[in-house]
Design a protein around this ligand. Structure first.
Ligand code: COA
Length: 155
């Protein structure tokens, strides 16, 4: 049987769980106050801070902030390791892209570590393009940040 999935806005009382999931990023994990700030910003400004529940377990999250006009930035996406590689990352990204487009968004940017093969593959498959301003030693593990962008035609 297919698992029951729920993708919805994060609740304030779930931020500690998000912090726990974010440990997957090691030293580059966001501190709690950043998630609280993102939640507030998304509530005020058409951004999306969504969580994915699988059979009632918080399995992952995605944050996309609204920069200006139709421009959005994916600030973070993560799936708990035991829920990875079954398509939930794709599901989160696809849903958030659709929500952004429904708000009139036409451009999404993000940054990814050059060493993060799985995330880079995901974005490449979704049509994100490298925009060439690599930032050396951006992450605490010494890896570089690569910037990517995807543009949409108007609906
Ligand atoms: C990146 C991440 C969100 C992907 O989530 P996921 O649920 O495992 O991904 P999916 O199962 O939906 O797979 C989506 C695509 O990602 C790529 N991918 C996922 N795991 C991969 C792996 N181990 N190696 C190579 N590519 C991989 C593939 O392109 C895959 O598509 P395919 O199955 O059609 O080949 C997840 O690995 C994660 O949370 N990583 C740690 C946090 C992180 O790095 N976030 C990104 C920050 S920029």
């Amino acid at each position: 049987m297919l698992p029951t999935l729920s993708l919805r806005k994060v609740k304030a009382e779930e931020i500690d769980t998000i912090v726990d999931i974010d440990k997957i990023f090691g030293p580059d994990a966001f501190p709690k106050y950043m998630f609280e700030d993102y939640m507030e910003e998304c509530n005020e400004n058409n951004g999306f801070f969504y969580v994915l529940e699988v059979e009632g377990v918080l399995a992952g999250y995605i944050i996309a902030v609204h920069d200006f006009d139709g421009a959005y930035t994916i600030e973070s996406i993560a799936i708990r390791s035991e829920f990875q590689k079954v398509g939930y990352g794709k599901f989160l990204l696809e849903t958030i892209e659709n929500l952004i487009r429904r708000e009139g968004g036409d451009e999404i940017k993000l940054q990814v570590s050059d060493k993060n093969t799985s995330a880079r593959k995901l974005y490449e498959n979704f049509g994100y393009q490298y925009i060439g301003n690599e930032q050396e030693k951006f992450y605490l593990d010494g890896s570089a940040a690569l910037s990517m962008k995807k543009e949409f035609d108007a609906y």
